[in-house]
Design a protein around this ligand. Structure first.
Ligand code: F6P
Length: 329
């Protein structure tokens, strides 16, 4: 049995991602379309704990679809990890007569949402928003496509200087636990080597492969390294190791792209994805669904249990790894 949904709160949590504004906009406008009051929560779960709320209407979200970041702000709330913090958040939801909460964020944010639901029987819905694309049960997360394009653009620029100086560049991209950005941007930017957390072939294979590249006539090289690479060396140590082993072949430089990857105007793909998932979240609540994530699978909006979304993702990188190997000979 579904309870009557008359007032929905929405927040963004964890690392921001381009397209979060478009998702908030879609939630707000779907609420307006269905005559539901929409409350924006500022600063993620922190805002719930401190009652930092504001009613949003269709006009509150004008001119935000094209903006990076999140106008509701985001945070990684320490207090919400405690039962006491979640109780305060729940009390504020009830005091404000809010019937359900939509959380736009990644796995940490979904863990918090599920706890709130389990401890207080409060309906929650998750929308996957993270540049990492590391959520189970959805093909894509909001912000990932934009981040990929940002990374490819940055690597293209580095390639210009790498080839002018016959240098080898190690470029670190984001992705603590997932190699999606590294692998896809690496292929898109024509990297010679791509190191991802899901596959550790060892540094000796890397050196061997770079030697072969040199012998085949390559004069510069790009190695894309995911932040969560498991080779056992950080990118600077890896750079020193490569330089030591290949000192006659290449001059080595290291570049860490960092938070530039999280900014910028969202791509059209992310805007449309965010719009679909935002509308899907409100409609799922109206259909009586709760404790689910709204995702996208084979281009269709889908509903999966939050417990499933929080399962470890089985990566399907094999085809891409092969493509990367073949296209970098
Ligand atoms: O989860 C998204 C992400 O950008 C990761 O790729 C990265 O490891 C992390 O956030 C960085 O977090 P922060 O901005 O808190 O340093």
């Amino acid at each position: 049995m579904s309870q009557n949904i008359e007032k929905i709160a929405v927040l963004t949590s964890g690392g921001d991602a381009p397209g979060m504004n478009a998702a908030i906009r879609a939630v707000v406008r779907a609420c307006s379309y269905h005559n539901i009051t929409c409350i924006g929560v500022y600063k993620g779960y922190e805002g719930l704990i401190h009652n930092n709320l504001e009613e949003l209407n269709a006009r509150s979200v004008r001119n935000v679809i094209n903006k990076g970041g999140t106008f509701l702000k985001s945070a990684r709330s320490k207090d919400f990890r405690t039962e006491e913090g979640r109780k305060k958040a729940y009390d504020n939801l009830i005091a404000n007569s809010i019937d359900a909460l939509i959380v736009i964020g990644g796995d940490g944010s979904f863990t918090g949402a599920l706890k709130l639901s389990q401890e207080f029987n409060f309906p929650v819905i998750g929308i996957p928003g993270t540049i990492d694309n590391d959520i189970n049960g959805t093909d894509f997360t909001i912000g990932y496509d934009t981040a990929l394009n940002t990374v490819v653009e940055a690597i293209d620029k580095i390639r210009d200087t790498a080839s002018s100086h016959n240098r080898l560049f190690l470029i670190e991209v984001m992705g603590r636990d997932a190699g999606d950005i590294a692998l896809n941007a690496g292929i898109g930017a024509g990297a010679e080597e791509i190191l991802i957390p899901e596959e550790n072939l060892g540094v000796d294979r890397l050196i061997e492969s770079l030697r072969k590249s040199k012998e085949s006539g390559k004069t510069s090289s790009i190695i894309v390294v995911a932040e969560g690479d498991t080779s056992g060396k950080n990118i600077f140590e890896l750079g020193e190791y490569v330089e030591e082993k290949l000192e006659d072949d290449y001059e080595v430089r290291v570049s860490v792209l960092g938070h530039i990857q999280r900014g910028g105007s969202p791509s059209c793909y992310d805007r449309v994805l965010a719009s679909k998932l935002g509308v899907g979240a409100v409609e799922a609540l109206l259909e009586g669904k709760r404790d689910v994530m709204i995702g996208i699978v084979h281009k269709q909006v889908t509903v999966v249990a939050l417990t499933e979304a929080l399962q470890k993702r089985v990566h399907k990188h094999d085809q891409l790894i092969k493509v990367a190997d073949i296209t970098s000979v």
